[in-house]
Design a protein around this ligand. Structure first.
Ligand SMILES: CC(C)(COP(=O)(O)OP(=O)(O)OC[C@H]1O[C@@H](n2cnc3c(N)ncnc32)[C@H](O)[C@@H]1OP(=O)(O)O)[C@@H](O)C(=O)NCCC(=O)NCCS
Length: 186
């Protein structure tokens, strides 16, 4: 059911095994990993392949990742996607990350508008959640721009001897915030 998507400046390509090198580069980049407290940094191309297998082959297929590609030169610059899709409740979680040299150019919000629209229209998702470290200002601003509102807080499981507090953000796609954000960003 998942397909490649396109925005004004970006191609969103469904992740494939040919993305293993980029996936490894992305999740071994310190700035990308700084606030990711649920998984360790990626340590090899082989490990990246395992992650890609998880995205593509684990059933039920409750997750998907797109590779964010710059149309102007074909460069892979980030990823975005969904996991923990609950088809009964219509709820899902969203993740996103960009190579640091491309930050603050509006690329992530452009990509998220497209995948949120896909989630609403094709997947019939009702609510999208994002769990964001309370110190991750860039991600909080990005979510707020997309119409997410803070709905709670949660400590993640301990990592490196510490429990990190996360804000839980939610976009209600059937309500005002999420949909206005999707439509305005197209
Ligand atoms: C979070 C992240 C994906 C944002 O990507 P981005 O492409 O720079 O985001 P955008 O350019 O679309 O910006 C979206 C909004 O957030 C704001 N923003 C982005 N980075 C910011 C920062 N460091 N400080 C304050 N605001 C910031 C932008 O100004 C913009 O709002 P505006 O249009 O009203 O000005 C990027 O910082 C990243 O890859 N971080 C590491 C991975 C990560 O933490 N992912 C999220 C895990 S929850």
């Amino acid at each position: 059911m998942f397909i490649d998507l396109e925005t004004e400046r970006l191609s969103l390509k469904c992740i494939g095994y040919d993305d293993a090198e980029f996936f490894y580069k992305q999740f071994s980049t310190d700035e990308v990993n700084q606030y990711l407290f649920d998984v360790e940094p990626c340590s090899s191309v082989e490990e990246a392949q395992k992650w890609i297998r998880f995205y593509l082959e684990s059933e039920p297929r409750n997750q998907h990742r797109w590779i964010i590609v710059l149309k102007e030169n074909g460069e892979k610059i980030g990823t975005c996607g969904f996991h923990c899709w609950n088809r009964e409740t219509g709820e899902i979680e969203m993740g996103y990350d960009l190579q640091p040299s491309y930050w603050r150019k509006g690329y992530t919000s452009e990509a998220l508008a497209a995948i949120m629209k896909f989630a609403a229209e094709k997947m019939k998702v009702k609510k999208i959640f994002a769990h964001i470290s309370v110190d991750n200002i860039a991600s909080i601003r990005t979510c707020e721009k997309m119409g997410f509102v803070k709905t709670g807080k949660q400590y993640y499981e301990e990592m490196h001897g510490k429990k990190y507090l996360h804000d839980i953000y939610c976009a209600d796609l059937e309500g005002h915030f999420g949909f206005i954000a999707c439509q305005n960003r197209e």
